[in-house]
Design a protein around this ligand. Structure first.
Ligand code: SF4
Length: 67
């Protein structure tokens, strides 16, 4: 699975860090998400999918493609 974050769309809500803290970090200075793992293990799919779903800015995308 592959995750992408559009920092231009990100509004710094930090919902994604709550859902999947191993995958999404936060740059407090820039007030945007930081992708910690662009190719998370399949075991984190549920967490990552929740983060993508709940991002209020729709800044996150998840694709099935393995990297
Ligand atoms: S939930 Fe969305 S808007 Fe909030 S920090 Fe994460 S990517 Fe950015």
């Amino acid at each position: 699975m592959r995750v992408e974050a559009d920092v231009d769309l990100c509004q710094g809500h930090q919902m994604c860090q709550t859902e999947a803290p191993a995958v999404f970090g936060f740059d407090a200075d820039a007030d945007v998400v930081v992708l910690l793992d662009e190719s998370p293990p399949e075991g984190l799919r549920g967490e990552v999918a929740a983060a993508v779903r709940y991002c209020p800015a729709m800044a996150l995308t998840l694709s099935a493609r393995r990297a």
